[in-house]
Design a protein around this ligand. Structure first.
Ligand SMILES: Cc1cc2nc3c(=O)[nH]c(=O)nc-3n(C[C@H](O)[C@H](O)[C@H](O)COP(=O)(O)OP(=O)(O)OC[C@H]3O[C@@H](n4cnc5c(N)ncnc54)[C@H](O)[C@@H]3O)c2cc1C
Length: 423
């Protein structure tokens, strides 16, 4: 069923692998795309809560910064293919895009399936041979010892003996998160067997668990315009402003996910980490005290429980008052000076102790991966194995939320494909 030889074989039919296969084929390569699940773009379909934040409007340097200290590795990939080229590519498949808060770019359809479909069409138009439900087990090397490097000669599928021949393999098997999408770490194992180093794999952009049990009562509560500060051993190490979410185990939502890597870094050093929420970042303590005074004048005869709903979401009030140790039925004018101080303190310093992150299965992205020291940033080719290329989440890079991770997947795919097939 397979041809005797393919110019390029791409392993993994996610965002990166689909785009790499399409780009190689568009240049004229006879291309085979192998995907172990029964469909393409499983993870891509669930990106951006099903809306797909496909890139960001930012400049190259904003992008580079978003991946932390290793970000510079991507200069070449971005020079070759960046956000405007990506937008133009999807436009050419009938997808209009829009810019949202923070420069995030989404399809106007708000539907990630439209992005997956565009990529499917790209593959079809360029006659990529597609193999679904086919798991690659091994990348096979030649034994030409006279050559400086080992060379790719083909791949082997699980439960099949024959080698499917090629001299160019693009490994795009993704990371370790959301394993139901097919990302189960096969690519790391294959690359390791070929002598590649894998930088330790940990979750990034991941929800956090708290010691406090009361979060269960707040499950599903989303907060906007709050500021959150991270403390370790009493020292402030990070701060952000925006949206967050309470869950049955702790905290999630955009600003929590963003700070999760920092939190994990310090938890791994066995340090105590707490997250302090300021529900009223626009008001200082004096303004809050004045506001409490006004509420006492206007609504003093109402219960504390009722008046606090003017300050906080309804769901939070009982938990808040329990922590402040204030009787909810008390009239607002009866609360003491000390109780008012407690209210102000809790409104601005609502502290939760972080015990651990959720497992990597639940992370948006995997931190770590194929060591960048062993990949040529100008080609995405392995420095160890001739004919082996990498793209997407498998490499040791991860970005913030905001479309940076998909742009990484598409840009590295484009460069890998261009380098793999350059007749
Ligand atoms: C819930 C969620 C939301 C996200 N939202 C966004 C967002 O809005 N914007 C953004 O920029 N990023 C987002 N991301 C991150 C983004 O989805 C990833 O960065 C991106 O999908 C990585 O693409 P990839 O092609 O490298 O890997 P994947 O998309 O994981 O694809 C890897 C593919 O390889 C296949 N495979 C694995 N092993 C084998 C094998 N042995 N043989 C054959 N096939 C194999 C898998 O089945 C899978 O289909 C989100 C991630 C998650 C989990």
């Amino acid at each position: 069923m397979f041809k005797k030889f393919y110019d390029v074989i791409v392993i993994g039919g996610g965002a990166s692998g689909m785009f790499a296969a399409g780009c190689a084929a568009a240049k004229g390569a006879d291309t085979l795309l192998l995907e172990k699940t029964n469909q393409l773009g499983n993870k891509l379909s669930i990106t951006g809560k099903g809306r797909c934040n496909l890139t960001n409007i930012g400049e190259v340097n904003d992008f580079i910064e978003s991946y932390g200290k290793n970000g510079k590795f991507l200069y070449r990939s971005f020079k070759n293919f960046f956000n405007q080229s990506l937008i133009a590519f999807f436009n050419s498949y009938g997808i209009e895009t829009k810019v949202e808060r923070g420069g995030r770019i989404f399809p106007v359809s708000d539907n990630s399936e439209s992005i997956v479909n565009a990529l499917r069409n790209y593959l079809k138009e360029n006659k990529v041979t597609l193999g679904l439900n086919l798991q690659v087990k091994e990348i096979v090397l030649g034994d030409n010892k006279t050559d400086r490097n080992n060379k790719v000669i083909g791949i082997k599928l699980s439960e099949r003996k024959e080698i499917i021949k090629t001299d160019k393999v693009i490994l795009a098997t993704g990371g370790l998160s959301y394993p139901k999408t097919g990302a189960t770490g096969d690519g790391y194992r294959m690359a390791k067997k070929l002598g590649h180093s894998i930088v330790s794999l940990t979750p990034a952009l991941v929800p956090l668990e708290t010691k406090e049990d009361f979060v269960k009562d707040l499950q599903g509560l989303a907060l906007k315009n709050v500021s959150v500060t991270v403390f370790t051993n009493g020292r402030k190490i990070g701060e952000d402003f925006g949206e967050m979410l309470f869950t049955h185990f702790g905290l999630s939502g955009p600003i929590i996910l963003k700070m999760s890597s920092l939190v994990i870094e310090h938890l791994n050093k066995n340090q105590e980490v707490s997250i302090v929420i300021n529900f009223k970042p626009a008001l200082d303590e004096k303004k809050l005290a004045d506001r409490l005074l006004r509420e006492t004048k206007n609504f003093g005869l109402k219960s504390v429980n009722n008046v606090m709903k003017n300050f906080l979401p309804r769901k939070l009030v009982p938990v808040f008052l329990k922590l402040a140790n204030i009787n909810t039925d008390k009239k607002f004018k009866q609360i003491t000076h000390q109780e008012k101080e407690k209210i102000i303190n809790l409104l601005t310093n609502f502290s939760l102790k972080i015990t651990k992150s959720r497992p990597i299965d639940e992370a948006i992205i995997t931190k770590g991966g194929i060591s960048l020291k062993e990949i040529n940033p100008y080609t995405m080719e392995s420095k160890k194995i001739k004919g082996l290329y990498f793209c997407g989440e498998i490499i040791d890079l991860d970005g913030k939320t905001g479309g940076y991770n998909l742009q990484l997947a598409f840009s590295t795919a484009h460069l890998a494909a261009q380098s793999a097939f350059n007749p």
